[in-house]
Design a protein around this ligand. Structure first.
Ligand code: SAM
Length: 407
């Protein structure tokens, strides 16, 4: 008793919309689970950080306070770029705070948040120090890469009463699970779970052109991009290789877009230099018209922010730039979408592993041009979704079976 219909819907879908503001709370585990039939994502493996409110990152540490003091002192001597960054921050600040206020007023949601991590499996331990059992990035660079094979174990189905195997090159090859069911795969010593009707292509950025479809009807309606931006942090360098900005200019967004046009969703950090680069160089060279920006505000399980909202170099949010791309130049104004995308929507969620982004397609679905079934692709992906194409140098990363609960 007492569970509202809205909360029930959240527990089903992983999405909770606040009426009082343009904000939404997401439980990525529930959203991702809609991609699987037999398997379930392990909540304890997903929420590897920021879950405990008592952890070292929680609250405002004395370090943070010192940093704030320092920043206050420095505030008078901000350079031009820092001033621009601050202006941008001030513009979104009110939206972020309003969204956070909505969360803090949503008692029924707050009451279930601490249990989002409880799954049916034993809690995974020390995930932060997990190394992939094998690095796809390193294997993909070997001269033998083209010889490595992955085995897909297709289960029996109504049409096919016995299970069967398919053995395919794992690198530089479009691997497809065309079945309406999860498929278990083996590559070297690891097991992977491949969602229904999904595709992956593992390659370096140099070979991304191989992803461009031949037929006119085969382009993508939604293109999500989360590039390995450089950010100068030593910590990041250990997790995955990064690339200088100019490398991303050559991503063939226009050729990847569907004949009916595409919505492009690009994750960016708060670095002002990067934002200027995207707006002035990258979007123009991709042929993307920027129309709206969403913000991902990171919270802990008790609903508090993961850090002080005004900390200059450690903002508790990142942004998602949304724009339209049309195959023909200048046509993006004419894409057939009924409603304009509302600007400054806020997505609240508890962060997962390092740099792992919440799944956003449900929030943009109604703004994607084109007719169903929509074709979606994620570039620089580390995971897969039912019905999607995932490309990057490690799109199987979070598909490893240890990120799932045992069936
Ligand atoms: N959106 C992902 C998620 O939620 O987990 C995170 C993507 S992360 C920011 C960027 C990805 O780009 C990493 O997996 C990294 O290995 C990959 N990457 C780096 N250099 C690459 C290259 N030259 N070619 C292809 N992928 C690359």
């Amino acid at each position: 008793a007492g569970t509202s219909e809205k909360l029930m819907r959240f527990l089903e879908s992983g999405i909770y919309r606040f009426e009082s503001s343009k904000a939404v709370f997401i439980d990525p585990v529930r959203v991702l689970n809609r991609s699987y039939s037999r398997f379930k994502v392990s909540p304890s493996a997903y929420y590897s950080r920021f879950f405990d409110t008592h952890g070292s990152r929680a609250g405002v540490s004395s370090n943070t306070r010192k940093r704030k003091r320092k920043e206050k002192q420095a505030a008078t001597s901000l350079n031009e770029r820092e001033l621009a960054a601050d202006r941008r921050h001030q513009e979104v600040r009110a939206f972020l705070l309003k969204a956070h206020e909505s969360l803090r007023g949503a008692n029924e949601l707050l009451s279930v948040m601490p249990s989002l991590r409880s799954g049916e499996d034993a809690p995974a331990e020390n995930i932060e120090t997990w190394e992939p059992q094998q690095s796809l990035i390193e294997l993909g660079r070997l001269w033998q890469a083209s010889m490595f094979e992955i085995t897909l174990n297709f289960p029996s189905s109504e049409e096919q009463t016995t299970g069967y195997q398919r053995i395919l090159p794992v690198f530089g090859n479009l691997v497809v699970n065309d079945m309406d069911d999860d498929v278990e795969a083996e590559f070297l010593n690891s097991q992977y779970i491949i969602p229904r009707e999904s595709h992956f292509y593992i390659s370096d950025l140099k070979h991304i052109k191989n992803l461009v479809p031949d037929g006119g009807d085969c382009g993508f309606h939604l293109i999500v991009v989360d590039p390995p931006w450089e950010n100068g942090s030593a910590h990041q360098k250990m997790r995955y290789p990064t690339l200088p900005n100019r490398y991303f200019l050559s991503i063939p967004i226009k050729q990847l877009a569907h004949r009916e046009g595409a919505l492009v969703a690009l994750w960016v950090t708060n670095r002002e230099k990067l934002r200027t680069f995207v707006e002035k160089e990258m979007f123009p060279s991709w042929g993307v018209r920027h129309v709206a920006t969403f913000h991902w505000l990171k919270v802990k399980a008790d609903g508090s922010l993961i850090g002080d909202i005004d900390l200059f170099h450690h903002r508790p949010y990142e942004s998602l730039l949304l724009g339209y791309c049309s195959r023909k130049s200048g046509d993006s104004e004419k894409l057939s979408i009924d409603r304009a995308i509302p600007d400054n929507q806020v997505i609240l969620s508890i962060p997962g592993d390092y740099s792992r982004k919440p799944p956003v397609q449900d929030l943009v679905l109604e703004f994607i041009p084109g007719l169903k079934p929509l074709r979606c692709v994620e570039l620089f992906a580390r995971e897969m979704r039912a019905g999607w194409h995932s490309w990057g140098n490690e799109p199987l990363y979070f598909q490893e079976s240890r990120y799932f609960q045992p069936p």
